[in-house]
Design a protein around this ligand. Sequence first.
Ligand SMILES: Cc1cc2nc3c(=O)[nH]c(=O)nc-3n(C[C@H](O)[C@H](O)[C@H](O)COP(=O)(O)O)c2cc1C
Length: 217
Amino acid sequence: MSTREDISAMRRQYGEIGLKESDLPSEPISLFNSWLNEAAANEVVVEANAMVLSTVSENIPSSRTVLLKDLTSEGFTFFTNYGSSKAKAIEENASVSLLFPWYPMERQVIINGSAKKIARQDSEKYFATRPRASQIGAWASEQSTVLSSREELEKKFKEFEGKWPADSQIPTPPGWGGFIVNPTSIEFWQGRYSRLHDRIRYLRTPDNNWQRVRLNP
Ligand SMILES: Cc1cc2nc3c(=O)[nH]c(=O)nc-3n(C[C@H](O)[C@H](O)[C@H](O)COP(=O)(O)O)c2cc1C
């Protein structure tokens, strides 16, 4: 177990590879895509597409991990239960933040933006590609609500498992689907020596272009 001294002494020497203005694209999505591909190719990074989604409900922030499942110029898509705490928070306040913590690469990306539900047919298209057990799991779990026991969940799983013949297609639960986060800012953080890290933030302009600024680390 770490003592408080051990924790305060945790420190890494960050690398020389930085973010040079001359190498940066005028928009952030292509840079994000290269970083995501590099993270996915890095054996030490587990679940490169995992991102921490933060929402605010009644002025109280909350965070949890979700998986990025699609990325277009429109935004970042993840899938979840539409009755979950996060979905209810988004209904109340569409402003969200996404954070990709690629620590082994000394990198972090933070995206702020606005979330909305994706088209039903796009949720159905993705649901159809999921493994059967995950599809049944989506039917069985009333995400974020209280369970009386583990057995209650497993019983519900079995009930839904028996509902559809083994080789039949499982329909998408009505309360399940995707959200897309349309970014208003995307910040790339790259660790550098002497804590002189690089922080490059792209901000969306009113005419839908991107402005780029460098921030103090
Ligand atoms: C690596 C990882 C990936 C996850 N991916 C998802 C996901 O894509 N969608 C989802 O609803 N929950 C996902 N979860 C579970 C969420 O973090 C969270 O527990 C759940 O969505 C309930 O959140 P809520 O009660 O705040 O709505 C993931 C958890 C981890 C650790």
